[in-house]
Design a protein around this ligand. Structure first.
Ligand code: FE
Ligand code: FE
Length: 297
């Protein structure tokens, strides 16, 4: 195989939406090692066993989730590189580093700050279906099958459901739980600082995923059926993840959170992404850029 030439030499980089996300990622760089967890450590030590366990439960789902998305992203990066989409690949290099930092952050939080015990026991059936099976399968399918259908299935699973619905709902739970213990004088400033950074990173990842899906829809509107089927297939599993967290505490979740609020939050996230994708349906590539830029602000 011979390379046909180089874009940077021929025409230069394109000031596209993915390149903007790439610049944004560099500006918002943070280091998990720079977070001060000293107050959080004292708070976790002073917390009752049930509350600490509930925090670890949430953190354990994040920790494994971040490991999964770190390990499973590479097939997509390879597909994008093979298609010669340089600006998108440049963004994806920051994306992969972000996920590695998220693993690091939740690793420190669970193993060092909150002193976790059995973390695997927190993974329920729906969680396992998504993170052990569906995500892994959809991403690794790209190694053999880089077709637009396979890319749509991968992006719906990874960016829309895992990042856009589950992770977003998880941050909301973290904040609310931190509020509850905070009212009793147990502050978690390091945790909240890190969760804030992680969420900001994730918003770029989701924005890229929506852009990628919109780009495919612009090139082939018939892919909407693939997208919709995958969304419908994964929504019950995503809601199952939320429900099984609460089901693990039949006498009530120790951090005073209510299942209804979080199922509702997850459904809202799902609908928000769905509407964004509907907006992109039937639009040309230029319009896709405009919609993505407008949503980014
Ligand atoms: Fe992440
Ligand atoms: Fe992410």
């Amino acid at each position: 195989m011979v390379r046909q030439g180089f874009k940077t030499v021929r025409e230069g980089l394109e000031a596209s939406f993915p390149l903007r996300l790439y610049h944004k990622a560099k500006r918002h760089f943070w280091d998990p090692q720079g977070i001060d967890f000293s107050v959080d450590k004292e708070s976790f030590a002073a917390m009752g066993g049930a509350q600490r366990r509930a925090f670890l439960h949430l953190a354990s789902l994040f920790l494994a989730g971040e490991e999964a998305v770190t390990l499973d992203l590479l097939p997509l990066v390879q597909v994008i590189a093979r298609e010669g989409r340089l600006e998108e690949e440049m963004f994806l290099t920051t994306f992969l580093l972000d996920e590695a930092k998220h693993v690091e952050f939740f690793h420190v939080l669970t193993h060092e700050v909150a002193q976790g015990g059995d973390l695997e026991g927190f993974h329920g059936e729906s969680y396992r279906r998504i993170f052990y099976e569906e995500l892994h399968r959809a991403m690794n399918r790209l190694l053999q099958d880089p077709s637009p259908e396979a890319q749509v299935e991968a992006a719906v699973t990874y960016n829309v459901i895992v990042e856009g619905v589950l992770a977003e709902t998880g941050y909301h739970a973290y904040r609310r739980a931190a509020e509850v213990v905070g009212e009793r004088g147990l502050g978690l400033p390091g945790t909240l600082e890190g969760v804030g950074y992680v969420q900001r990173d994730e918003s770029r990842h989701i924005a890229y995923g929506l852009y990628l899906l919109s780009r495919h829809l612009a090139q082939d509107p018939s892919l909407w059926g693939v997208l919709e089927r995958r969304m419908d297939q994964l929504l019950p599993l995503a809601l199952g993840v939320v429900q099984e967290i609460f089901a693990a505490y039949p006498e009530g979740f120790p951090l005073e959170l209510e299942v209804g609020e979080f199922v509702g939050y997850a459904v809202d996230q799902f609908q928000k992404r769905y509407r964004r994708l509907q907006l992109a349906r039937g639009q040309g590539l230029q319009e896709i850029e405009r919609i993505a830029l407008e949503a980014e602000g």
